[in-house]
Ligand binder design. Structure first.
Ligand code: HEM
Length: 182
């Protein structure tokens, strides 16, 4: 047996021997398992309803930029400006609902994964704001080359943020109904 696998076996034995004595201090905090959404309509989290808009609109900006590059039609540059602005504004509104949820629900606040999502999401909002602000200075000239690059970066980052948000819900059960019956 190699040194590395022997070390792994010893580590596993040690963890098993002490597992009864191990206490996670974060898990001991009151209300650690209170994860139900508070910012909800009839039990449906508003944040989850809103996030589709910035995600879809971010993809629309990249689509509009690609069509402008392809056709040179000014319509697509203007469509890109509108999509960039609405992606940012819907993102801010979604971010506000997420932040209120994060701060007001103890179990969400106590999990580090929620804060990771918050940081990644605020970075995304900065990219969306930059993409919109840059276009406000001249929406046609903005598209090539930098606008389309910002848009591609924003799409990748929106995917990362959305994937991480999904992880909160599907892996950590954050924001879900505690009983599963309502
Ligand atoms: C800026 C602050 C943000 C905070 C604090 C935040 C927080 C949260 C929380 C607590 C959840 C768990 C579900 C819930 O309780 O509603 C969640 C889910 C999610 N978040 Fe965010 N969020 C933020 C911004 C964003 C943004 C800007 C996006 C994407 C554009 C996003 C995408 C998602 C997605 C896709 C989910 C999973 C929804 C589901 O599948 O049900 N979040 N977020």
């Amino acid at each position: 047996m190699s040194d590395t696998s022997r070390e792994k076996v010893m580590e596993k034995e040690l963890v098993e021997a002490n597992s009864d004595d191990l206490v996670d201090p974060v898990e001991q905090q009151p209300n650690f398992y209170r994860l139900e959404s508070r910012i909800a309509l009839a039990g449906h989290p508003i944040h989850a309803m809103l996030v589709s808009f910035p995600i879809a609109l971010t993809a629309c900006v990249l689509g509009a930029d690609t069509f402008y590059w392809w056709t040179g039609d000014l319509f697509w540059a203007r469509a890109g400006l509108w999509a960039a602005g609405t992606a940012f504004l819907f993102g801010v509104v979604a971010g506000i609902t997420g932040t209120v949820e994060l701060l007001s629900v103890p179990g969400i606040r106590q999990r580090s994964a929620s804060w990771t999502h918050f940081i990644v999401a605020v970075m995304l909002l900065s990219i969306l704001g930059m993409n919109w602000g840059y276009r406000l200075l001249g929406y046609e000239e903005a598209v090539l080359p930098f606008g389309i690059m910002f848009s591609a970066f924003a799409v990748g980052f929106a995917g990362f943020t959305g994937w991480h948000g999904g992880k909160l819900v599907f892996e950590y059960q954050i924001g879900v109904s505690s009983t599963g019956s309502s």
